[in-house]
Design a protein around this ligand. Sequence first.
Ligand code: CMC
Length: 436
Amino acid sequence: MVKKPAEFAILKIGDREVKLPIIAGTEGDCGIDVSSLRKETGMITVDPGLGNTAACYSSISYINGEKGELRYRGIPIEELVKKVQFIDVAYLLVHGELPGTEERRKFSDLLNVDSLMHEDMRHFFDLFPQGSHPMHILSTMINAMASFYPNVDLKSLADDIDSSCARVISIVRTMAAFAYKKSIGEPVVYPRHDLSYCANFLNMMFDSPVKPYHIHPETVRLLNVLFILHADHEQNCSTTVVRSIGSAQVNLYATISAGISALSGPLHGGANQAVIEMLRMIHEDGDINKFVRMAKAKDNAFRLMGFGHRVYRTFDPRAVIIRQECENYLNLIHCNDPLLDTAHRLEEIATKDPYFVDRQLYPNVDFYTGILYRAMGIPENMFTVMFALARLPGWVAHWKEMIGSGTKIVRPRQIYIGKELVASEEVEDRNNSKII
Ligand code: CMC
């Protein structure tokens, strides 16, 4: 619930004073409402990267960046990873409450019903060149869904949000596993109705006609934990893309496809793959301090991947849980990954270094995730796909919230810094040019 403006901020421009309402939410930052600023003053605000701008009202997730807290619909992630499964969190994000027994059964049935991808879409996988990144394949395939599944208009999708949500999160999981199987030249494995959401995904990834996959319950639990921790994160880059594109009333599939493209960047979800590449490079070189020096150097574009966050000014709470899970799981399966040791040493050095301390740069969700995925047998180019699968309920929840709140089309302004008016005589008439 948005509270009534508590006070006003006074903006002084020359001799003029403008009263701007201060908006308070239930928790967290208050904002100065500038929506009438241009009308009243002819001026606009400037905030590249939007780090000081609330672009919407939202009740889905809450971050306290100073304390390192993350909650979905009021429930701390620490509670959720202990007590519920990913499909409960998916339902929670989209509907605002954890499902009751009957709602859970229905949602689970929908996930099963919708787990098969349209059979004709399978041929698409054959057309991508060898070595295509699975994130590129995934965003293309999801965009194509609008042609295969009717009723993509906003009303139909929103009226039947359970089916829309189940279809997206279930089919995309199947697509992701198919993309992997195709990339290694193995036959695809179809989803099974007797398996839970995460167990089903692992089975589609790793089962083979010559070597049946044993689904380890601890691996399933761990995947649930990882998916829950990635399920939503308020107005991050890809969610902002989803809300912006969705505000033009684009269909849900095209919207999610755009979110996936945004997530693929190395400064966002692509960081989990980039972290492993960096840790391997550091491990092979052996000189951690050299890489820390490179990350600090102003003339070097190198950054410590998996470090830093726009909102967290302390440890990312997701990283705290994943770090512990990583230790436990590697011990359990007797995996001695030298990259875990490199990660620990890098973290120890960087978190004591004044450069990182002063800028409040700590390990984020991506720092230990890749090591866990490696231990689970997930190939590196699938790491960001895992992030995308987990983030689907968050994107759907934001899309639903956005269309339900009658949001205006997202259309920011700019400060123009280009040429001033070019005179007509300076523009050559080329209508009779010989060059076509
Ligand atoms: N290594 C070295 N220096 C860094 C790093 C880093 N990882 N991150 C930020 N800085 C420095 C940056 O150079 C700047 O220094 P100065 O004030 O001297 O110019 C200062 O810290 C502030 O950085 P910024 O780029 O203005 O911060 P931002 O809020 O715009 O960027 C970030 C946040 C996550 C993009 C950035 O910290 C980064 O590039 N991290 C590495 C990539 C990464 O791990 N991304 C995953 C983010 S969490 C999961 C997700 O969102 O998907």
